[in-house]
Design a protein around this ligand. Structure first.
Ligand code: ATP
Ligand code: MG
Ligand code: MG
Length: 550
């Protein structure tokens, strides 16, 4: 392929292959099991697994579980489920960084023996102070000149549990006057008396991320270690660790820009609070953009893949609109899903001249643009429901739907004319009476009479009751996501629950994650969490109209 159509990562890899630096491409996705994955992680997952696939290489799923404080086993399972759902196949290459603790310890000992690491007595705060700033160079650690023997013994004692948390650390000996602060003798091991979910109480010292990560990559034979931009100035340290520990085939770190969505809350801290305050229904609330939430809302892996591709891979941070994600799901479902009729706010319609007890089976083509999806039938009878917004007592100009004296088309059925209606004591319309034209079956009249409005309907005795949930952004976009005190500006209308909806029988037996286009309303997906044998719940994935233009 031509160079211009290759993103910068592919260009680097092409070149590495050409120059013989690598034979088989090997990538990994290395999540910390400390939370649910979100749409940003999907970019990393699809990028890493996509690159491996494209080059006929390998892709690892590796849990970066070197920090026992924040990690939870429940997240391991949810992450596996999400990565699998996205279609990234790690086959038998599932790894845990904690399985390498012995090798990491050995690597640290090796550095000590080379005079490249020392045990420090400084506190975390002192280390920060000694490290200096961008404008002033760092100060030598008073422990920096300990002998190799002494360092080996102290490190052994750290491991044996002789010291309290924070009393001693192991630092790499690099350069206290480096312009890159990450290179000023970074801490590579710390004491932490904590139980690890995998290794239990075997260790009371744990490696720091910047030391552990390059070792994990090197052990697994990763050739290209793709990470986000904030690690760019950690790369010299990454390379230093790989070189000093002495790996024969050094992995190469390449940084790319994170995926940000405008006006969308992704911060773990905020989502945790929304969950704890019951403002959202868990981490998979359909208003959130965790992978689990997107799945529950009805997004497909293909739509997320398309979205990530549209966003592209670059070196500069930018933010994209949620509308683009909506565009991608509409595009994906357009040819894949069947149409069905659903009434969100029902009013009963009685067709006075339709014989009582008579039922006809009418045919609905499932997808006008995809014949392969076939068709289904819907019963038509004397009593129907239509949507409240399709009827007006006194219509304004250009209202072509149902009103007294007006003739409209019932979708795929007949022309009907409204003759009268009944209201309850609050003035709410409860029943509409119509007559139908038997000659207009299928929605056209042999005399060529035109009607302007076409409305959807469901047969009252056969329709199934359902709850339908409509969503908006959880934050108020007009006011901005955050208040000055750091709290969120919540949109009070982010969730609308319609409890009294009806769907035609075709959608009545839908199972979790099944989705439909409800004509004129949008795409809807069966909610996997709240749907039961007794209660059918649909989430609106996205409406039909878009303001987004590609
Ligand atoms: P968060 O704090 O949002 O959960 P993280 O960086 O702590 O993100 P990790 O579990 O460390 O999450 O991330 C695993 C991988 O996903 C890393 O390689 C990281 O660079 C990548 N990643 C995280 N957020 C994004 C994002 N918004 N866009 C692209 N890649 C991301
Ligand atoms: Mg994370
Ligand atoms: Mg992280």
């Amino acid at each position: 392929r031509e160079t211009e159509s290759r993103n910068f990562i592919e260009q680097i890899i092409d070149n590495d292959i050409k120059e013989g630096h690598c034979q088989e491409v090997h990538t990994r996705f290395p999540p910390e099991p400390n939370g649910y994955l979100h749409i940003g992680h999907a970019k990393s997952i699809l990028l890493n697994s996509g690159i491996a696939k494209q080059y006929g290489g390998k892709f690892n799923l590796r849990f970066d579980d070197t920090n026992p404080t924040k990690e939870k086993i429940e997240f391991v399972e949810s992450i596996k489920e999400d990565v699998k759902w996205l279609g990234a196949d790690w086959e038998d290459r599932l790894f845990f960084a904690s399985d390498y603790f012995d090798q990491m310890y050995e690597a640290a000992v090796k550095l000590i023996k080379k005079g490249k690491a020392y045990v420090s007595d400084l506190s975390a705060e002192e280390i920060r102070e000694y490290r200096g700033t961008l404008t002033e160079t760092g100060k030598e650690d008073p422990s920096a000149n300990r002998s190799v023997e002494e360092n080996l013994q102290l490190f052994e004692e750290m491991k044996a549990g002789k010291y309290q948390d924070g009393a001693k650390v192991l630092r790499a000996r690099i350069d206290m006057s480096s312009p890159n602060i990450n290179m000023r003798d970074p801490v590579i091991y710390r004491v932490a008396h904590m139980t690890h979910h995998n290794t239990g109480d075997k260790w009371c010292i744990y490696p720091m991320y910047d030391f552990a990560h390059p070792i994990e990559d090197a052990i697994e034979g990763i050739t290209h270690s793709l990470c986000t931009l904030e690690f760019e100035d950690h790369r010299p340290l990454y390379d230093w660790v790989v070189r000093e520990v002495g790996y024969e085939h050094p992995p190469k770190q390449i940084e790319f820009a994170k995926l940000y969505l405008t006006n969308v809350v992704t911060g773990k801290r905020y989502i945790k609070r929304l969950v704890e305050e019951h403002i959202v229904d868990g981490w998979d609330d359909p208003r959130l953009v965790s992978i689990a939430a997107l799945r529950r809302r009805g997004f497909t892996p293909e739509s997320i893949k398309k979205f990530v591709e549209l966003c592209g891979i670059s070196k500069s941070n930018s933010s994209v609109d949620y509308a683009m994600l909506e565009y991608c799901i509409r595009e994906d479902l357009k040819l894949k899903r069947s149409r069905a009729m659903a009434v969100l706010d029902p009013i009963k319609v009685v067709i006075d001249n339709y014989p009582e007890g008579q039922v006809e089976e009418l045919t609905i083509v499932n997808n006008m643009e995809n014949e392969a999806l076939g068709s289904h039938t819907v019963p038509f009878c004397r009593e129907l429901y239509i949507d409240r917004e399709d009827f007006m007592e006194e219509p304004p100009k250009k209202y072509f739907r149902m009103y007294p004296g007006n003739e409209v088309r019932l979708m795929q059925a007949y022309f009907v004319t409204c003759n009268s209606y009944i209201k309850d004591e609050d003035g709410k319309v409860t029943e509409i009476h119509c007559t139908y034209d038997p000659a207009s079956k299928g929605g056209n009249s042999p005399d060529g009479r035109k009607v302007k409005g076409t409305i959807h309907w469901v047969p009252a005795p056969y329709a199934k009751k359902a709850e339908i949930r409509l969503y908006e952004n959880i934050v108020d976009e007009e006011l901005g996501v955050y208040n000055e005190d750091g709290s969120l500006n919540l949109n009070p209308n982010s969730l609308t629950v319609l409890e009294n909806c009806y769907v035609e029988p075709f959608a009545a037996d839908a199972k979790a994650y099944d989705s439909f286009q409800f004509v004129r309303q949008g795409y809807f997906c069966v909610d996997a969490k709240d749907t039961t044998d007794e209660k059918l719940v649909f989430n609106r994935i996205v409406s039909l109209k878009s303001s987004y233009k590609l």
